[in-house]
Design a protein around this ligand. Structure first.
Ligand SMILES: Cc1ncc(COP(=O)(O)O)c(C=O)c1O
Length: 368
């Protein structure tokens, strides 16, 4: 029985060749490949500056330092996201203010509005599962209250909002190139994008020991640099990103065709024509209850089909968070959804036959 993994990254002989080329070239850190990858990402996302770092988490830590975030600053963020979305802000003394999600699994605008205080400085919407959050709504909210916005694009490379790339709207945006992401560098990697030259300059300096020059350190910085081999991989992945995303969207269409109208399965929200273009980092369905989700996951595993839950414990209920801030508000929809969601296999090379096999396995489990 052929196994169907949850995700699988794209490889090609061309990428293997490029890796060897860099190995033989002998330049390994922050060289011409990194520079070119930054420039190409900036063009692709329509931003003036992109600065690479060793992960999303590292890049955003540097960004928060460059922004001058301070103790007591509050940032609105959805609770339903990868834990790293909130780690950098906590490390610089700022406080995540957890918001509920709407039916698209992204941060709920009205819930976020209610949580604004005198200490709120910014919003960090997450384009979760590859679907843009309500960018217009959050831009308006940010404008009304004088807040900045950082788009968390770790799961949304190439997604669009009203014809423009997600990641081109907020003051800043951040990307992850972790292996399962839509664009990967076969390891850890990340970047921030911004139109602010001062921020780009500070992040560039901080990632490399606060260096202004080889032996001149203007700031106490970090070693959170990026590598040439991985930049070469990223450049090749960027060339085919739209094609890879089209493969994900095709797989999503097959899932919809096979699962539409099946009782007990809530499909991901459809795109709003002319507004959102999702890139299906994940294809997440929702079952009627927790036990069905658990049982279905187990049944699929027995048939060689890997699934996941993103995420089983929302961040406002993580032990690290309740220890810091105590029990926060209940977030009704988030807490309900996390008990029932299931991520199905999703990657560009997924075939129609594989999707049909997954869908049939779901249907036959639910009929029992
Ligand atoms: C939404 C989101 N934000 C942030 C991150 C952190 O990215 P990285 O692993 O590159 O630090 C991830 C990846 O795990 C993510 O999915």
């Amino acid at each position: 029985m052929e196994k169907i993994p949850l995700s699988r990254s794209y490889h090609s002989p061309r990428i293997e060749e490029r890796i060897l080329q860099v190995v033989r070239g002998g330049n390994y850190i922050l060289g011409p490949e990194c520079k070119a990858f930054e420039a190409e990402l900036a063009t692709y996302f329509g931003r003036k500056h992109v600065v690479l770092s060793s992960s999303w988490t590292a890049a955003v830590h540097l960004l928060h330092l460059a922004q001058g975030l301070k103790e007591g600053d509050e940032i609105l963020v959805p609770s339903l996201t990868a834990f790293p979305s909130i780690e950098p802000m906590i490390h610089v003394g700022a406080k995540p203010v957890f918001c509920d999600i709407d039916e698209t699994y992204t941060i709920d605008l009205e819930d976020a509005r209610r949580r604004i205080t005198k200490r709120t400085v910014g919003i960090l919407p997450v384009h979760l599962y590859g679907r843009p959050a309500d960018i217009d709504g959050f831009q308006q909210l940010a404008k009304e209250h004088g807040l900045w916005m950082i788009e968390d694009c770790a799961q949304s490379h190439g997604a669009k909002w009203k014809g423009k790339r997600a990641g081109s709207y907020g003051e800043h945006a951040a990307f992850s190139f972790y292996p399962s992401k839509n664009l990967t560098v076969y390891g850890d990697g990340g970047a921030i994008a911004t139109d602010d030259p001062e921020i780009a300059k500070k992040v560039t300096m901080l990632r490399n020991h606060g260096r202004k020059d080889k032996y001149l350190h203007e700031k106490v910085g970090f070693n959170l640099r990026f590598n040439e081999i991985q930049a070469a991989v990223g450049r090749e992945q960027l060339v085919v990103l739209d094609e890879l995303n089209a493969g994900r969207r095709r797989a999503a269409d097959w899932y919809r065709r096979e699962l539409e109208g099946v009782r007990g399965v809530a499909l991901p929200p459809k795109d709003i024509p002319g507004v959102t273009e999702s890139v299906y980092h994940m294809f997440v369905i929702r079952l009627d209850d927790h036990d069905t989700r658990e049982g279905l996951g187990k049944a699929l595993k027995e048939q060689g089909i890997e699934t996941g839950v993103h995420y089983p414990v929302p961040n406002h209920q993580q032990p690290a968070i309740t220890e810091l801030y105590g029990e926060g508000d209940r977030l009704t929809r988030t807490e309900d959804y996390v008990a029932r969601i299931l991520s199905l296999p999703m990657y560009p090379a997924l075939t129609e036959e594989q999707v049909v096999r997954v869908a049939n396995a779901i249907k036959s489990y639910l009929k029992k």
